[in-house]
Write a protein that binds this ligand. Structure first.
Ligand code: UN1
Length: 510
């Protein structure tokens, strides 16, 4: 196990051991099946986590509910102060925690650090929010009546996160859910259990120091634990990040019991290059968009739709950039690496299948296309041209560094193709033409939740609402007014007239 080796002592700094309990509800336990966490960059085992079973999950939900009942009585700015302390603690552990994110997911060092930074940022945001989130006073049609609107916590918020952002996605949800008065029950991905455990330890320490009940709980587990969490009525909101297929089932199941749901599902994000584009900048955006996190962000650029006049020149320049990356493929924790491994062997298989399908449909591999033979899960970043815009493989999200380049006649056609896929997460246009830019952000423009101009499809900041339309699930997390989803709204009519009066002029007296 890597944890036994001196150069991995940062794992011990995070309180991890060779065998870790994966359930936290005030104390640590774990009576379900054990999982081993592997370094995708070498295939070597890092450490083990004993997951929870269904019974432990059910107990944890009960404890989360009890914790909520105390927490909702704490004034919001005081809750914000706790979140501030969580942010400060994350600042202290940013380096080892970011390194663990990098090691366990396979993303490069700077992206691992960036992910923890995203959690810190949302804590800062939530501290401010705790002082300013508020309802409103609405004019009543009746004399001496007032209508108030207030936002109340929901109760227990269940967070099911994916392997590609094992820290930040929990962070977005937890910081906002805690600030608005909820308790949080987290189930991280089974293949990134060490990040779940290490992150929860950091949070639990803050709670313990403040003599608070476990308003953050964790139950690592497999499908049985996930399904039970989704079906349990005591979990008032389920925030799920994952595939469209699983997300649809989660949505239906939660709706069946009239629970609330936030779905952050797949993306099939396009970058449009208009003929007026600043091509140099667009190339850099394409590089980070397609290859960052080895193509495993839900916001990864999967399609580049290029104006026909620029197409050939763009493909050539992009391939040139990809070539420069070859010496920078390597282990995620090595300083010069820009392209780390993909997360698992399954991702390698999906990569191979997508490339085979692309070729069989007439696509040409302009760059890459091969699995790299070395320990760990490495594939070549890949550029595919010549496919029809509506080819099955182009319409599917493959979590790998593969991009399809499509040639469009004009921006109108590019927008049509941008919108024709079932997913609707992120999108971007590169243009210097103000008319095209405003068309893009208008009603006839991109139908995605994220509609960028002259920047990448990925790498959103926490200040905006994050999420997408259509098969991406419609949920919004992080900034703007996404906090409202973690609340129930009370509409309160107060009569201070001393007489009863019906609205709409209705007379009902005897
Ligand atoms: C994800 O891939 O699930 O916008 C989230 C981004 C990041 C979040 C990605 N801030 O790429």
């Amino acid at each position: 196990f890597l944890i036994d080796q001196p150069e991995y002592s940062f794992l011990k700094e995070l309180g991890l051991e060779r065998d870790n309990p994966g359930v936290y509800s005030g104390q640590w336990q774990g009576r379900g099946p054990s999982v081993t966490s592997y370094d995708p960059g070498t295939g070597r085992p890092i450490a083990k986590v004993r997951q929870g079973n269904v019974q432990e999950l059910e107990q944890t939900i009960g404890l989360a509910l009890e914790a909520y009942k105390q927490w909702r009585q704490v004034p919001a700015p005081v809750r914000g102060e706790i979140v501030r302390q969580i942010g400060d603690e994350l600042r202290k552990y940013k380096e080892p925690l970011g390194k663990l994110v990098s090691l366990e997911v396979g993303k490069i060092y700077s992206e691992g650090q960036g992910e923890v930074q995203e959690f810190i940022d949302i804590c800062d945001y939530a501290v401010g929010l705790s002082r300013i989130y508020s309802g409103q006073l609405i004019n009543s049609e009746r004399a001496d009546h007032s209508i108030l609107e207030a936002w109340r916590p929901l109760g227990v918020v269940g967070v099911i996160s994916a392997y590609n952002f094992p820290n930040a996605v929990f962070g977005w949800n937890a910081a906002i859910a805690l600030t608005t008065g909820n308790s949080v029950l987290w189930k991280g991905a089974p293949s990134t259990p060490l990040v779940s455990v290490a992150t929860t330890k950091i949070v639990a320490d803050v709670l313990r120091r403040n003599n608070l009940p476990p308003v953050v709980t964790l139950c690592q587990g497999g499908t049985d634990v996930g399904q039970t969490l989704v079906a349990d009525k005591r979990v008032n909101l389920v925030s799920f990040t994952g595939s469209c297929q699983t997300g649809r089932d989660v949505g239906v199941e939660v709706q069946r019991r009239f629970g609330k749901v936030i779905l952050e599902l797949g993306g099939n994000n396009a970058l449009i290059i208009d003929e007026s584009a600043n091509v140099k900048m667009a190339l850099d955006a394409a590089l980070f968009g397609c290859i960052g996190t080895s193509g495993q962000r839900c916001t990864t650029t999967r399609r580049i739709i290029v104006h026909e006049k620029l197409h050939d020149q763009f493909v050539k320049a992009l391939v040139g950039k990809y070539q420069q990356l070859i010496p920078k493929i390597g282990h995620q924790l090595e300083a010069q690496t820009l392209v780390g491994p993909v997360h698992t062997q399954q991702n390698v298989e999906n990569y191979k299948a997508a490339i085979a399908e692309a070729k069989s449909l007439g696509g040409a591999v302009a760059f890459g296309g091969n699995v790299i033979q070395r320990d760990g899960f490495y594939v070549e970043p890949t550029v595919i041209t010549g496919l029809p815009h509506d080819a099955s493989v182009v319409h599917r999200e493959t979590f790998a560094p593969i991009v399809y380049i499509l040639k469009a006649k004009n921006v109108d056609q590019a927008i049509e193709w941008n919108n024709e896929v079932e997913q609707g997460l992120s999108s971007a246009i590169f243009t210097e033409n103000i008319g095209q830019a405003f068309k893009w952000i208008g009603a006839k423009g991109s139908d995605c939740g994220i509609v960028n101009i002259n920047t990448t499809t990925n790498g959103a900041e926490i200040g905006g609402a994050f999420g997408g339309e259509k098969a991406t699930g419609g949920g919004r997390e992080s900034g703007s007014d996404a906090w409202k989803q973690y609340c129930k709204r009370a509409t309160i009519t107060v009569n201070h007239s001393g007489e009863l009066a019906c609205a709409q002029g209705v007379v009902f007296n005897v």
